[in-house]
Write a protein that binds this ligand. Structure first.
Ligand SMILES: Nc1nc2c(c(=O)[nH]1)N=C([C@H](O)[C@@H](O)CO)CN2
Length: 123
């Protein structure tokens, strides 16, 4: 089995224009987004191995925050997850798989978490 490195960022709260219903189409709403990216990695990380041998986890944070367009309405949160996946695949060919979990915070009634998890593999 191949070794892999998983970069992770969890529980980012991001305002995104998303939703099916008319009351959701004008104002951004809060989503909780977590991202895991599977990366090819070198044979070994030595003490002096530079960051270029890996990938900054800050890139994941950027893909799920500033990298999301403010002026696009995403009908489904699936499309938000898709955008995050595409950003990471395009940014680095070593990224082989991306998992994005999105919880739509505004629809919780008693603290439950409602949303999706998308897993995409590089095609
Ligand atoms: N799989 C999905 N189901 C639903 C979504 C969605 O984005 N993906 N969105 C909605 C509505 O926007 C809802 O959250 C508004 O309360 C319903 N189901």
């Amino acid at each position: 089995m191949r070794d892999l490195l998983q970069l992770e960022v969890h529980d980012l709260e991001v305002e995104v224009l998303t939703g099916i219903y008319s009351e959701e189409t004008h104002l951004p709403q809060p989503l909780r987004i977590s991202v895991t990216a599977d990366l090819d990695m070198p044979e070994r990380f030595a003490p002096d191995t530079p960051l270029s041998a890996s990938k900054s986890y800050i890139d994941l944070k950027h893909a799920a925050t500033a990298g999301l367009p403010k002026d696009v309405h995403f009908t489904l949160i699936e499309a938000v997850a898709e955008h995050v996946c595409e950003t990471l695949f395009v940014s680095d060919k070593r990224v082989q798989r991306v998992e994005v979990r999105i919880v739509k915070l505004a629809i919780a009634e008693q603290g439950e978490s409602i949303g999706i998890t998308m897993v995409r593999h590089r095609r």
